[in-house]
Ligand binder design. Structure first.
Ligand SMILES: Cc1cc2nc3c(=O)[nH]c(=O)nc-3n(C[C@H](O)[C@H](O)[C@H](O)COP(=O)(O)OP(=O)(O)OC[C@H]3O[C@@H](n4cnc5c(N)ncnc54)[C@H](O)[C@@H]3O)c2cc1C
Length: 178
């Protein structure tokens, strides 16, 4: 379905709260926005900072982020991985294989700092959905507190009393058929 088609079809009215502004939550927010749904991302942390270590984004993940229009920032922040190799403690090669485009994929593999990736996603979410789309100091509970179609209790002053069905990085959806 092309971006926005769901909303344009006027089939569903959907309110989505995403628990956690990590890599998964922010990517989910961008994907929902592309589908015409405006989610709200709540994170328990006081501040979102670029923490973590280097991670490898495999080609299928790069494909999804490319679809979301992030190929440029990713290429700027990451190092394209050409090969993965394992050595023993004497430096002898045990095994190696090419990676990403060198292995024939249409999308590259990137080695990228997790925190930098998170900040790229955060900037994109705030740029596309508005500065208020991601709120910190908002912890969601882990136990279901609603049934489908009912409003969820949510205090927009911190901390939030909104409760997520699946906990962190899960998505809470209330859908109403029109
Ligand atoms: C050393 C290391 C190396 C790794 N290497 C790779 C790799 O090479 N490739 C790869 O794909 N992955 C790798 N990973 C895994 C990858 O980093 C994680 O899978 C990814 O960061 C998880 O993202 P996430 O958004 O699900 O969770 P997180 O990044 O943990 O974000 C969760 C967010 O939810 C918030 N939160 C938690 N509870 C609540 C609540 N109740 N209410 C509201 N907010 C809440 C937290 O504050 C946090 O901001 C690695 C991980 C580690 C530790």
């Amino acid at each position: 379905m092309p971006p926005g088609a769901l909303a344009a079809a006027n089939v569903l009215s959907v309110r989505v709260i995403i628990a956690g502004a990590g890599i998964a939550g922010l990517t989910a927010a961008l994907s929902l926005h592309a589908a015409g749904i405006e989610p709200l991302v709540l994170d328990a942390a006081r501040e979102l900072r670029p923490l973590g270590v280097g991670i490898n984004l495999l080609p299928h993940a790069v494909r999804e982020l490319t679809e979301l229009g992030l190929a440029g920032p990713l290429a700027a922040a990451g190092i394209e991985t050409a090969e993965q190799a394992h050595f023993d403690r004497h430096g002898n090669l045990i095994w190696s294989e090419p990676r990403g485009t060198a292995l024939g994929y249409r999308w590259p593999q990137y080695s990228v700092h997790r925190g930098q990736l998170q900040m790229i996603l955060l900037e994109a979410v705030r740029g596309r959905l508005g500065a208020g789309a991601v709120r910190t100091v908002n912890r969601l509970g882990s136990r279901p507190a609603f049934t489908c179609g009912q409003p969820i209790g949510m205090d927009t002053s911190a901390p939030s009393r909104a409760r997520g069905e699946n906990g962190a990085t899960a998505v809470e959806v209330r859908s109403l058929r029109r």
